[in-house]
Design a protein around this ligand. Structure first.
Ligand code: FE
Length: 230
């Protein structure tokens, strides 16, 4: 398997490039618009063909590259069925599989950070979007965020994966790049709570500023980062 974890310094976003083999198909998870040329170059250098670009949810902190990549490479752009984005060409649901050659990612619907948050599981790893971060969880105070739904996504789905499953989040602000489900169960402070009510109180008690790009990124990302028609 070909696997690359790319990092956008400005928004602290991780983008993941996946392919089964050199010369084959590639998939990008959570690409950032400013880095489109870097992705296109890397995909060429690795002798891959981009067939699918996926966002785990509508991001509030950066503009997605889904539209730019579709224009550059003719790839399909995919988001969850819950996402209100008209520019998407493939919608996925819980239980669907995203395929590139023989790689198959299982789609898990994991709402809470937003109502359109999804995670993707591939064999020994899971891409958790902003649902489960390393030693943290995604905020639940805007974009139809819901701490109760996030508790269910975490404790009912992601934390039920085997402890050795590698956790690759959509962001990290502390210099971490990968964790495991077992490590997060033991050491993630947001997960050391007695019950759902305690999690709701913990999340609702957080006082957070809106992301700087939110007013630009959210409407822009509903168009896959492409400009509005004049
Ligand atoms: Fe987010």
């Amino acid at each position: 398997m070909i696997f690359r974890q790319l990092f956008d310094r400005k928004s602290s976003t991780f983008t993941y490039l996946l392919a089964e083999r050199s010369g084959g198909e590639a998939l990008l998870i959570d690409p950032v618009q400013e880095n489109t040329e870097q992705y296109v170059r890397l995909i060429e250098q690795l002798d891959l063909k981009l067939v699918l670009a996926v966002d785990s949810h509508i991001h509030a902190d950066h503009v997605t590259a889904l539209g730019a990549l579709r224009e550059r490479t003719d790839c399909a752009s995919a988001m969850g069925a819950m996402t209100k984005a008209e520019c998407v060409s493939v919608w996925f649901n819980e239980g669907d599989k995203l395929c590139v050659d023989k790689l198959q990612l299982d789609v898990l619907y994991t709402p809470g950070h937003t109502s359109d948050s999804y995670s993707f599981r591939l064999a020994d790893r899971v891409f958790t979007g902003d649902t489960l971060l390393i030693r943290g969880t995604g905020r639940t105070d805007f974009q139809n965020g819901d701490a109760a739904a996030q508790y269910d996504s975490l404790f009912g789905k992601l934390l039920k994966l085997p402890d050795a499953t590698l956790v690759y989040p959509a962001h990290d602000y502390n210099g971490m790049s990968v964790s495991t489900i077992g490590e997060e169960k033991r050491h993630n402070p947001r997960l050391q709570i007695a019950d759902k009510q305690a999690y709701i109180e913990l999340m609702n008690g957080l006082v957070l500023e809106d992301p700087q790009l939110m007013d630009v990124a959210v409407p822009g990302n509903r168009r896959c980062g492409l400009k509005a028609a004049a």
